[in-house]
Design a protein around this ligand. Structure first.
Ligand code: URA
Length: 237
């Protein structure tokens, strides 16, 4: 398969992307099934690629699949997904019109007896997976993107991004794409009251904000300009 670069007006990630995949979204999904770009494929059951229509109203980017997503092959089908889907509904968003994906496409875990304990993907595993996310952003081309949690937020906006400090603010990640970052539902499930209720309300507020912008059809005044990007990165050209 030939490998042309990503279109110049595709949304850009702040973190470097080592490769540019070609092909349609369905072809990418098939190709990702055999991904060996990092060692995570070996213990995982399968690649968990993004799911949703190519003309989605919004893309939501999580961190990495959990145990249930690994078995189902679908993103956000476990407890974090249940909370996310509940809040999406409260925000008036139809999940069938959304594209759900992750920064890293394989479940990483540590076996503990019969259990598989979630482990955070390393920086090099995240880097190996970034071309898939860059390719999804280039194919789906939704005007609104929501990053859930620090891993996705820093991939889009850079390592200095802090969800506690910077959540809910729009940034342009392409000429026709606005993104904001907010709490990851898993982080909320790990919190105790009263922090949990506060973060849950903030996640809902941010999803409502994203829903309003998606209804309007995309970027608006007040988005920060996309940052200047080095040209060595194929996804940034
Ligand atoms: N957490 C994520 O970040 N993604 C999933 O798909 C499930 C849980």
């Amino acid at each position: 398969m030939s490998r042309p670069e990503l279109p110049t007006d595709a949304p850009r990630l702040a973190k470097p992307v080592e490769a540019a995949f070609t092909g349609t979204l369905d072809e990418l999904r098939l190709e990702a099934r055999g991904c060996r770009r990092c060692p995570l494929w070996r213990p995982a059951t399968q690649t968990v690629f993004g799911a949703g229509p190519q003309d989605a109203a919004m893309m939501l980017i999580g961190e990495q699949p959990g145990a249930q997503e690994d078995l189902a092959g679908e993103p956000f089908v476990g407890p974090a997904g249940a909370l996310l889907r509940e809040l999406l509904q409260q925000a008036g968003l139809d999940v069938a019109r959304l594209y759900l994906t992750n920064t890293v496409k394989h479940f990483k875990y540590e076996p503990r007896g019969k259990a598989r304990l979630h482990k955070r993907a390393s920086a090099s595993e995240q880097a190996a997976c970034r071309p898939w996310l860059a390719a999804e952003l280039a194919r789906v081309r939704t005007p609104v993107v929501v990053a859930l949690g620090a891993m996705a937020a820093q991939t889009l906006f850079g390592s200095s991004f802090r969800v506690t400090r910077d959540r809910g603010a729009w940034q342009a990640i392409g000429p026709a794409t606005s993104a904001l970052a907010t709490w990851h539902p898993s982080a909320i499930l790990r919190m105790r009251p009263p922090e949990r209720e506060v973060a849950r309300a903030q996640l809902l507020e941010d999803l409502r904000k994203a829903a309003t912008r998606a209804q309007r059809g995309g970027p608006g005044a007040g988005d920060r300009e996309a940052r200047a990007r080095p040209t060595s990165d194929p996804a940034r050209r």
